[in-house]
Design a protein around this ligand. Structure first.
Ligand code: NDP
Ligand SMILES: Nc1nc2c(c(=O)[nH]1)N=C([C@H](O)[C@@H](O)CO)CN2
Length: 235
């Protein structure tokens, strides 16, 4: 039977590449986005169904759950990937940005996991993967709210792993420097890679392979896997 996946933040970068990989494997794919419509157009051309939702808005998240629930009785994989990478200065100058950090990383994953719990249980091997961060364990002082929110998502991973077993597994992936942002200059990139034992930007394929590993190993739940080139050892 055809598998079904829901990926949040599928319009660009990691979410987009993961969505393409799963479409290639024949998944029915619900590709969530907030503003990256161009990437969703490309995924829809490959057979995905785009679902728009602003995760700072509860009604928008609940409408997304209704859209997916009315389209499928079973969800095999939910990847909570959406994220807003706001630093201290951003959240200190904009209360909406501060709220968004906890809404996108906490409220939205909670409402999606709870709202799709029945569909995940119907899968027979339902799996939730929350994308956290190596900084969830030992926070950066430059991204205090972001790190706290990711730490909350890590804790939520363990709680839902206990609560939804045995019908649904819940795990986390903790990326390190997998893909710099365009605005990251050479100095920042060199500084990060100097702090990374494997000394390279990881790219997105190791993340996609880790999703496949968690999908294909039925005896892992409540776990968190670092995909970070060893940088978590250095922070
Ligand atoms: N890149 C890296 O090196 C690292 C990444 N990570 C984590 O890995 C994951 C993927 O990283 P990356 O691809 O770089 O992430 P990006 O920051 O490039 O993309 C994040 C996604 O989140 C979505 N999003 C942001 N705000 C909202 C909102 N208010 N409502 C709904 N969706 C929203 C965006 O949607 P849209 O584009 O449609 O607006 C976007 O697709 C993230 O969880 C990130 O925190 C962790 C450590 C390192
Ligand atoms: N939502 C995002 N979160 C994070 C990103 C990103 O690009 N988007 N990047 C990092 C890394 O620190 C990386 O940029 C190296 O500095 C952390 N989280």
């Amino acid at each position: 039977m055809r598998k079904t996946a829901v990926i949040t933040g599928a319009g660009r970068r990691f979410g987009f590449e993961l969505a393409k990989a799963l479409l290639t494997e024949g998944y029915q794919l619900f590709a969530h986005y907030n503003s990256s419509r161009d990437g969703i157009d490309e995924l829809e051309a490959l057979g995905a169904q785009g679902v728009q939702a602003d995760f700072t808005n509860i009604d928008s998240i609940q409408a997304m759950v209704r859209t997916i629930s009315s389209a499928t009785d079973s969800v095999d994989l939910l990847v909570n990937n959406a994220s807003c990478f706001f630093d201290n200065e951003t959240v200190d100058n904009d209360n909406n940005a501060l709220a968004a950090v906890f809404q996108v990383h906490g409220m939205a994953p909670y409402l999606l996991i709870s709202g799709l719990q029945r569909q995940l249980s119907h899968s027979g091997n339902g799996l939730v993967i929350n994308i956290t961060d190596i900084y969830a364990d030992r926070p950066s002082t430059d991204y205090i709210a972001y790190c706290a929110a990711k730490a909350g998502l890590a804790n939520m991973t363990q709680a839902f792993a206990k609560s939804l077993a045995p019908s649904v597994r819940v795990n986390a992936i903790q990326p390190g420097p997998i893909l710099f942002l365009p605005e990251h200059d050479k100095e920042h990139r060199m500084q990060v890679l100097d702090e990374t034992p494997l000394r390279v930007e990881g790219g997105l394929e190791p993340m996609i392979e880790t999703v496949r590993f968690l999908r294909d190993n039925p005896f892992i739940t409540g776990e968190s896997i670092k995909v970070d080139g060893g940088r978590g050892l250095m922070i």
